[in-house]
Design a protein around this ligand. Structure first.
Ligand code: ADP
Ligand code: MG
Length: 293
């Protein structure tokens, strides 16, 4: 492959809305047989909206929104932003937060109005012995079975509410998955989100293989495991939590709408955040390389 010929491919890539880090990147796409797709922000818009607050007995929804909203206002996670926005719409100004901490892939914690507040996966609350009462567990599972993300809220030692947020599958995702299949690529959905939510989203876009409830630090291990099975892996992601996996993949593709960390860790950037461009990039590189031979 001559560098000049590859540069032609690079220029064409820019037209398609693909930024390529260097001409040599195209060569590594040739052998790709598996495409691992992050769910939130990649297959879905990641622009979530607050849907519902379900409370335990004697707990006021506005209090849940004040405390959870204040805490989430300090986080950049799409779920957090949806909760903070929804809370502000309903209860107005949110109180200040002290000792805020982000627990990667699990949720957030901090002190609001003198209460130690947790928002996130039930596992996070369970670490503090805050277990969901049956009514809240049922509400959480019911939301998840419809593909919604549900998070638990607890404070002062007790789980007190479930907040549900809805994300939207990008209108282009199903077509992108179909294009991957046309290219003979095997799609895999990878997410930190709950298995039921992940399966619902996967079914809607035509993906059979789902790897869910993966902590951010373990996403890279999933890529390594697939590689150990002999697969050549392209990974598409958008978040800080995807960066290590994007760097580990044989080909890393970042959503241009995603975080800088993900973009830096990747070989290719899909400028418009349109997953179809990932399939175009792989097709383009194959064509470019065929021309060179
Ligand atoms: P994904 O892999 O889909 O991008 P993450 O790894 O970022 O998801 O998060 C996994 C799960 O952890 C979320 O689905 C949510 O349940 C929980 N979580 C993470 N951060 C937060 C937060 N700031 N507030 C509430 N829940 C959170
Ligand atoms: Mg993501």
């Amino acid at each position: 492959a001559t560098p000049t010929a590859l540069m032609v491919g690079t220029g064409r890539g820019a037209q398609l809305g693909i930024l390529i880090k260097g001409p040599e990147v195209l060569e590594s796409t040739r052998a790709v047989d598996t495409v691992v797709l992050d769910k939130t922000g990649t297959v879905t818009t990641g622009k979530m909206a607050l849907v519902e607050v379900i409370t335990a007995d004697g707990v006021a929804a506005d209090e849940v929104l004040r405390l959870a909203g204040a805490l989430e206002d300090a986080s950049e996670h799409p779920i957090a932003q949806a909760i903070a926005r929804g809370a502000r719409d309903r209860v107005g100004e949110l109180p200040a937060v002290e000792d805020f901490a982000n627990v990667e892939g699990l949720g957030v914690q901090g002190i609001v109005d003198g209460h130690g507040v947790l928002v996130g996966r039930p596992q996070l609350l369970a670490e503090w012995s805050q277990h969901l009462p049956p009514s809240l567990r049922e509400a959480l599972e019911a939301a998840q079975s419809t593909g919604r993300t549900a998070v638990a809220v607890g404070w002062d030692g007790q789980a007190r509410a479930v907040i549900t947020v809805a994300d939207q599958i990008k209108p282009t995702s199903a077509e992108a998955v179909a294009r991957f299949r046309e290219l003979g690529l095997h799609p895999v959905l990878l997410t930190g989100d709950n298995e039921t939510v992940a399966r619902t989203v996967a079914a809607e876009v035509g993906i059979d293989e789902v790897i869910a409830e993966v902590l951010p630090a373990d996403k890279v291990d999933v890529v390594k495991r697939l590689q150990a099975e002999g697969r050549t892996v392209a990974m598409v992601g958008d978040g800080v939590n995807d960066a290590a996996a994007l760097a580990q993949a044989d080909l890393g593709l970042a959503m241009g709408t995603g975080t800088d960390v993900a973009i830096e860790a990747s070989d290719l950037t899909l400028v418009r955040g349109d997953l179809r461009a990932a399939a175009d990039a792989i097709r383009l590189s194959r064509r470019t390389l065929t021309t060179i031979k």
